[in-house]
Design a protein around this ligand. Structure first.
Ligand code: NAD
Length: 448
């Protein structure tokens, strides 16, 4: 017997059900908790039918819970932070910077053995020259079906510096379109900036960090004990990102850096031969830099808005950093010092405030000048790239307005750019080393 086909309502009938009168109707969707894919992500949405049976509009919100924590001895067996995450899941899948694995791999493995948590670990070389789509692809092979086959609710543990956090974060963003990860930043840059950042990426052919996804770690653990084994040049490099937040957002942090910056550099944030008081200062500096950064970055996760103080020093530098093969931190301070001179030119900053910014960068050996600034065509190209990246409305270049606050320059004409470069060059030519700084160039090991 042939059964009559069940009547399937047409789209128009469906919409008529939603909107029997033909008028607009809005339905809100709050999905029940029991259907949640992952404990860190939620979302809701609404669908609004126009009522004509031909169109509707959808708006959806995605919400993330991310935590940032200062910890002491993350791989000490008595520290339960990681064990509490991975014990219920029955294993830990980890991607670890190769150098960090050589230095801390034994304590990491002992930690998981002690807590009887099986560990699947990939050690990954993460030099700046490894920040490529090929590295991301290799990490995806480790995470995917032919590797560990991570689940969509299984947070991958990522342990390393800024290069690793960028590429491994991107691999996690791509795996299952979104796999959570926990970040343990082992360099100053990764601890206070790249690690908790939602901006995961790899380098493109011309422009740094140009391919990526917004995917912050669900948990960032900051343990400054790792800084003890860092090369001093990398400690210095990371201080650039702290100074960035101090200048644009936190005058107390600026004063702390003026007072203690060089001691923090010498002692690698009080991990080498330092007293307890400096340890407390180190924690306060790290906490303030992180809080200030995440207040702006963490709450504006998709760069939906361009009032981003943490982009100070990052407007022209993404173009000149790879061209001059500079360490990231030095390239940022050259960008910040130039930005301070430009802000003076624009009447936003007093001369003595510009000098305090330049003196602070120099007190820890960071560069404030490089001849590449004189390549005006390159600088204008950088501006063009940035305008495209930040949206067509303006350049949105954060520049200081006093110490601890900033505003955003929308237009910087080539004439103004040239004048600011000339004045900045003149200022820096009077400095003993012409503003060069220490250990400024990249090598495969990240230092000249
Ligand atoms: N996504 C973002 O928001 C963001 C922000 C800032 C910087 N970044 C990126 O971060 C990168 C720079 O990061 P970085 O400065 O951490 O450099 P890095 O990751 O290259 O690490 C520096 C070197 O230190 C080694 N290392 C790491 N931890 C160590 C430890 N505890 N002891 C000894 N050696 C250690 C690494 O193997 C590497 O050789 C750049 O590519 C930059 O673009 C991204």
């Amino acid at each position: 017997m042939v059964q009559a086909k069940p009547h399937l309502p047409s789209l128009t009938e469906n919409l008529q059900q939603l909107s029997p009168s033909g008028s607009q109707q809005i339905i809100q969707f709050n999905h029940p908790e029991k259907y949640r894919t992952s404990e860190w992500y939620t979302g809701h949405g609404e669908i609004a039918a126009s009522g004509d049976g031909r169109s509707f509009e959808i708006s959806a919100t995605y919400a993330l819970k991310a935590e940032v924590k200062l910890v002491d001895g993350v791989f000490e067996p008595s520290n339960l932070t990681l064990a509490e995450v991975y014990n219920p899941r029955g294993r830990c899948v980890a991607i670890v910077d190769q150098t960090v694995d050589e230095l801390y791999g034994e304590s990491l493995r002992s930690y998981f053995e002690y807590h009887e948590i099986p560990l699947k670990l990939l050690a990954c070389r993460a030099w700046e020259s490894d920040k490529t789509p090929e590295t991301v692809h290799r990490l995806l092979q480790f995470l995917g079906k032919d590797g560990c086959d991570v689940s969509r609710n299984e947070p991958v543990l990522v342990v390393g510096g800024g290069v690793l956090s960028d590429v491994a974060g991107l691999a996690c963003a791509l795996q299952h379109r979104r796999t959570p990860y926990i970040m343990v930043g082992t360099t100053v840059v990764a601890a206070i900036d790249a690690g908790p950042s939602p901006r995961t990426c790899t380098n493109g052919s011309q422009f740094k960090n140009s391919i990526g996804a917004y995917h912050p770690p669900v948990l960032t653990l900051v343990d400054r004990n790792f800084f003890g084994t860092l090369a001093t040049g990398h400690v210095r490099n990371g201080m650039a990102e702290i100074i960035k937040m101090a200048v644009t957002d936190d005058p107390t942090l600026f004063e702390l850096m003026e007072q203690y910056g060089s001691q923090l550099l010498e002692t690698h944030f009080a991990t080498l031969d330092a007293d307890e008081k400096l340890g407390e200062i180190a924690d306060e500096v790290i906490y303030r830099a992180l809080f200030s950064y995440m207040k702006h970055e963490g709450t504006n996760m998709f760069e939906t808005y361009q009032d981003r103080p943490h982009a100070y020093g990052h407007t022209w530098s993404p173009r000149f950093e790879p061209a001059a093969k500079l360490m990231h931190g030095h390239s940022v301070t050259i960008g910040m010092a130039f930005g301070a001179s430009l802000a003076v030119e624009m009447g936003w900053l007093k001369l003595e405030e510009r000098d305090r910014i330049i003196d602070l960068c120099r007190s820890v050996g960071l560069s404030v000048y490089h001849p590449i600034l004189e390549d005006i065509d390159l600088m204008l190209e950088g501006q063009k790239n940035m305008r495209c990246k930040r949206g067509e409305q303006g350049l949105w270049a954060p520049l200081p307005k006093g110490i601890g606050s900033c505003d955003y320059a929308q237009e910087v004409s080539s004439g103004l750019l040239q004048t600011a470069v000339e004045n900045h060059k003149q200022l820096c030519s009077s400095l003993p080393d012409h503003g060069k700084g220490k250990e400024i160039y990249l090598s495969d090991l990240g230092l000249e």
